[in-house]
Design a protein around this ligand. Structure first.
Ligand code: C2E
Ligand code: CA
Ligand code: CA
Length: 858
């Protein structure tokens, strides 16, 4: 007999099936029973039965034959459908030939019901009893009716009889499905019928042939035993092969299903909700249930970090009042050391295990833990084999063990992938998102009204330099926590680098307000034990511009927020919003920086010279070299625009070297012309940190044969103060060479008198803001006067820059200031205008030491 697994399952053939029930089914069962009993009676009462004691042994043998045939079923898989093939046709054929009807019927009934009752499956007893009767009564009836017909050969009669039996039981099964409201479609019925016909015909014909051979051929029984044995072996080998193939397919499916879980989307967050994950696991459970052929699968899954357990059920629901989450830990079924599969049957299990099975409404269960090398990941329970006769077997145990292995590995891999993904999107120190994480998180959310805000903790590099990296890191972690506290857990927050953070806001509240809150959180004192650090923070933010109608992505917003932040920093404001004009400023800065080195090589960068004149004698003392960039696209650029950018990118050495070289060559040219005039070169903060500078300068002076005292370096106080430990040695060495040092922009910086004493300077330059304000502002006048006095008291030369008019010059002269520089005398001049200017504006007279002396004409 062939049962399609699908069919038998749905028809309620399974041992403990509880799915097919209801009044319709009960009535149908009674109908089948009546049909079977009537058929059996009809056959019995219309034939004479010759009883003899010689029939006892054959009766026992055929009962054993039926038992054997039902027990030796094998599952094969053809075209994705599983069939259970049993060899019931064989005892039926033998019975037809050799035994009276009642004995065969009794044998079939006894064996069939015994197997069912042995499994304690009482639900379908009536229905099954009816079917068993029909399966025997029908072939006997047909056999009796057709045998006398001369035209039909004997073997055809047998084949028809057995075929009818099998088709009838299949038909009754279909009827059962129909009454249960789970009928099959026409095509399925047709294909099931066709397959039944083919298998039954083959089995019956073989049995008929064997019967003939046994009866008529000498030693025929041996022939049959050998051939049948060989065929059975082949049959089971095929069954095995099909099963293995099916199992492989199942494993592939299950692994794929697990791998697919959370496969969607590269988001840094667990994007899919709990429900989605549950649904994915339910699919995995369904797959396992299908492959094991169980009534129900219960998956217990230990959640990632906490010890909570997720329970997923596939198949028949658990009985009411059964709380699967509570199974965990104490449940006797789930005490699972090792990795083996356990097989429990209610009827022979220890009392507590049996109770656990009863609680689940299960008669038998396979249970296996899921483990990796380190820990328990969960467990799988399979309840009740969905089969007509059999419970779970060795093949199921083996399959479940393999599935459990695959599940453990797949779950482990999945965790690994989840961790790798987490690591890829998060900053290890703060646990916040990193840049890629921010882009991914924001990528899903940037829309109307989105705002990217960036914050920069200003003291950070200073703290790291002064106290070490560890302290810098601690500050960042604290800062990150403060931001998180302000923003709440939902807002995407990233550490971009160093002390830089980025936040994505949805625009529901004014960004200015949030920025202000974040700023005060960031600038609150950081206390680490006894150490407390004050911090400054700058913030910039950028919105999606509604007016422009442009597509704005996160990267652009991040960039704009950065521009706003830099603008905030350079304007010493704490919070700035991005405006389109900022972008072009920074774009230009970017271009300038990248083009600078080439510009020097191409001669676009030039030194201009502005004269310095002694206030009293009007003697021309020298010039200050001031750099200019004749940019082919932007025109003449002032150093205020490009020097800070060049300095920030470390190209300042190029600039300093270039201007110094020009200055020294200029001095050389004047010396060759009989003039002894100095040139001042401005030194940037960064150049003061370059301890190779003194050697380079010495080398250049040497190369051009220029006395060091004709070269002046102008430095600012803030430049020295930025890093006194580095700057002071450099300055001392320059001074030791004989180079003159001037303190530029004096009055604007620290102006610490104590400090001034320590600096090896020879000259102070009063900042032009005081000089220009002197005429209208008494305060400025006082500053200028005191700088002059202070300078002189320290034995320094005092230079006033920014002298634009005669009044200022007169006032400075009255204060006894030494030198003036400014537009009143001349604007900075390009090199080719120097000679004409000198010739036009000065008088050349012979001076001391053989050098000429230039005096300004008024
Ligand atoms: P600074 O050293 O204070 O230079 C003086 C600035 O004042 C120059 O501006 C000069 O053109 C301007 N100035 C001179 N006389 C007057 C005046 O009477 N009235 C007014 N309103 N301004 C006057 P410039 O050339 O634009 O240079 C700006 C700054 O750029 C300089 O300030 C200096 O700090 C820096 N710089 C210039 N050349 C170099 C250089 O070669 N290297 C470095 N590192 N910095 C340079
Ligand atoms: Ca200067
Ligand atoms: Ca200055």
């Amino acid at each position: 007999m062939v049962q399609q697994r699908e069919f038998s399952e749905r028809a309620g053939w399974r041992t403990h099936a509880e799915r097919v029930h209801g009044r319709g089914y009960r009535r149908y069962s009674l109908f089948v029973l009546a049909l079977g009993v009537l058929g059996a009676l009809a056959q019995w009462l219309t034939t004479e039965v010759h009883w003899s004691t010689g029939q006892i042994l054959p009766a026992l043998l055929i009962t054993a034959g039926f038992l054997l045939a039902e027990a030796c079923t094998t599952d094969i898989n053809v075209g994705r459908i599983d069939y259970t093939i049993s060899l019931t046709a064989i005892p039926i054929v033998i019975g037809l030939y050799t035994l009276p009807f009642p004995i065969v019927l009794a044998a079939h009934l006894v064996s069939g019901l015994a197997i069912q009752l042995g499994r304690r499956a009482f639900t379908h007893v009536l229905y099954n009893a009816g079917v068993l009767c029909v399966e025997i009564a029908l072939p006997f009836l047909l056999f009796r009716l057709l045998s006398p017909v001369q035209a039909v050969p004997g073997w055809v009669v047998v084949v028809l009889a057995v075929l009818a039996s099998s088709l009838a039981s299949t038909g009754l099964g279909l009827g059962a499905l129909q009454t249960a409201g789970a009928g099959l479609g026409m095509r399925q019925v047709a294909s099931l019928g066709a397959r039944t016909v083919v298998v039954e015909i083959v089995a019956t014909m073989l049995t008929v042939a064997f019967y003939g051979v046994v009866r008529d051929v000498a030693w025929g029984w041996l022939f049959v035993v050998l051939l049948a044995g060989a065929m059975l072996a082949m049959f089971f080998a095929y069954g095995q092969l099909f099963r293995e193939q099916r199992d492989l397919g199942a494993l592939a499916n299950i692994s794929l299903e697990v791998a697919r879980k959370r496969g969607a989307g590269p988001g840094p967050f667990e994007a899919d909700g709990r429900q989605e994950i549950d649904a994915q696991w339910a699919r995995v459970g369904e797959q396992i249930r299908d492959q094991i052929g169980a009534d129900r699968i219960v998956l217990h899954l230990v959640e990632d970090d906490n010890e909570a357990v997720r329970t997923v059920i596939a198949g028949r629901a658990l009985p009411e009042g059964c709380q699967p989450e509570e199974f965990w830990r104490e449940d006797p079924l789930l005490q699972l050391p090792g990795t083996e599969v356990r097989y429990h049957r209610r009827r022979d299990a220890a009392e507590e295990v049996a109770a656990a099975l009863r609680g689940r409404g299960a008669h038998e269960a396979l249970v296996v833990p899921l483990r990796n090398s380190a820990r328990l990941l969960g467990a799988v329970e399979a309840h009740d084999k969905a089969s007509r006769w059999r419970g779970f077997g060795r093949a199921d145990i083996r399959l479940l063990r393999t599935i459990a292995n695959h599940l453990s590995t797949a779950t482990d891999n999945q965790r690994l992938v989840a961790r790798l993904r987490h690591d890829a999107y998060h900053d290890p120190q703060t646990g916040l998102l990193n840049r890629p994480g921010f882009l991914a998180a924001a990528g899903e959310q940037v829309g109307e009204g989105a705002i990217v805000l960036r914050a920069d903790l200003d003291v950070l590099s200073g703290v790291s330099d002064a106290l070490g990296q560890v302290w810098g890191d601690r500050m960042v972690v604290t800062a990150g926590q403060r931001l998180r506290d302000q923003l709440g857990p939902e807002v995407p927050l990233a550490r971009i680098e160093g002390g830089q953070f980025a936040v994505l806001l949805d625009g529901s509240r004014p960004p200015e307000e949030i920025a202000e809150r974040l700023r005060s959180a960031l600038t609150a004192t950081y206390t680490f034990g006894k150490l407390s650090v004050e911090a400054e923070a700058y913030l910039g933010f950028a919105k999606v511009l509604e007016s422009s109608g442009e597509e704005t992505d996160v990267t652009t917003l991040l960039q704009r927020a950065d521009v706003a932040l830099r603008t905030a920093r350079s304007s010493a404001e704490s919070v700035r919003e991005h405006s389109p004009s900022m972008g072009s400023v920074f774009l230009r800065r970017f271009q300038l920086v990248t083009q600078f080195r080439q510009a020097v090589d191409r001669g676009e960068v030039l030194a201009y010279y502005q004269p310095k004149v002694a206030l009293g004698s009007k003697q021309l003392l020298g010039f200050e070299a001031l750099v200019r960039w004749r940019h082919p696209e932007f025109g003449q650029l002032s150093p205020d625009e490009f020097v800070p950018a060049v300095e920030a990118t470390g190209l300042i050495d190029v600039l300093t070297a270039f201007v110094s070289e020009e200055a020294i060559k200029r001095i050389r040219a004047w010396l060759d012309n009989g003039l002894r005039m100095g040139v001042s070169v401005n030194l940037a903060v960064r150049s003061l940190g370059d301890d190779t500078l003194p050697e380079q300068v010495a080398e250049a002076l040497e190369r051009h044969g220029v006395p060091a005292e004709l070269l002046t370096f102008e430095i600012t106080e803030s430049g020295v103060m930025a890093n006194p430990e580095r700057a002071l040695p450099v300055l001392r060495r320059l001074h030791a060479l004989g180079v003159v040092l001037a303190l530029d922009d004096f009055g604007t910086g620290y102006s610490s008198l104590a400090y001034l004493r320590q600096l090896p300077v020879d000259e102070v330059k009063i900042d032009k803001s005081f000089v220009q304000g002197m005429g209208t502002d008494l305060g400025d006048l006082a500053v200028v006067r005191s700088i002059v006095e202070l300078g002189h008291s320290l034995g320094l030369h005092v230079v006033a820059e920014g002298v634009e008019d005669d009044l200022s010059r007169e006032a400075l002269l009255g204060m006894d200031c030494d030198v003036a520089q400014g537009y009143l005398i001349s604007r900075p001049l390009p090199e080719d205008k120097l000679e004409p200017w000198i010739r036009a504006r000065t008088l050349r007279e012979p001076g001391e030491c053989g050098a000429a002396r230039l005096t300004l004409l008024s």
